[in-house]
Design a protein around this ligand. Structure first.
Ligand code: GAR
Length: 199
């Protein structure tokens, strides 16, 4: 059997998708977590990763100001120490430059809280409600230089209910995110890019 793929998970906030990914990488899983990295030293998810026993690091983006390339060079340095094969963006809220996305082409995944190609960017749930959509969901895709635009590796759908607010819809989608992302990562780490469709 080949060695498990080494996975680094990039977060900015609470890290619930990171926990779902990390907890899935056990037993005969073809990957294992080697680092949780945040652009925010105060991210709640760093504590959750420590509690699970995954090495953590933070590269605070703020001292770099508008110099995204320098921030990304610092991320690269920290990643080089962990030697990941795959990067999973999990609520990582910094836009990455083409220099970074090209360096990780074919090896970097992201989860986005909409049914892409609908609603790239922010405020996805409010925009789905505003549009009167009957369905919402989430997408895992490969990261390319185009924001939320890379090849789709999986989607999960939920109904939009009559009384939904952006928060209630986000909570319903998040439950599906925690099922979808581990399912996609398992396939991807095994070399299978066939899209996962849930439910
Ligand atoms: C998730 O809903 C994720 O899809 C979203 O941020 C949340 C992070 O939650 N990501 C984006 O909006 C990316 N543009 P988590 O930190 O609990 O996983």
């Amino acid at each position: 059997m080949t060695d498990p793929k080494r996975v680094a998970i990039l977060i900015s906030g609470s890290g619930s998708n990171m926990v779902a990914l990390a907890e899935s990488m056990t037993g005969d899983h073809p990957a294992r977590p080697v680092l949780v990295l945040s652009n925010d030293p105060g991210a709640k998810g760093l504590d959750r990763a420590r509690a699970i026993g995954i090495p953590v690091a933070a590269v605070d983006h703020r001292p770099f100001g508008k110099d995204r390339a320098a921030f990304e060079a610092a991320l690269m340095d920290r990643l080089a120490e962990a030697r990941p094969d795959i990067l999973c963006l999990a609520g990582f809220m910094r836009v990455l430059t083409p220099g970074f996305t090209e360096a990780w082409a074919g090896r970097m995944l992201n989860i986005h809280p909409s049914l892409l190609p609908n609603y790239r960017g922010l405020h996805t749930h409010a925009r789905a409600l505003e549009a009167g959509d009957a369905e919402a969901g989430c997408t895992v895709h490969e990261v390319t230089a185009e924001l939320d635009g890379g090849p789709i590796l999986g989607q999960a759908r939920v109904p939009v209910l009559p009384d939904d607010t952006a928060d209630t819809l986000a909570a319903r989608v998040l439950v599906q995110e925690h099922a979808l992302y581990p399912a996609v990562l398992r396939r991807f780490a095994a070399g299978d890019r066939t899209p996962v469709l849930l439910p």
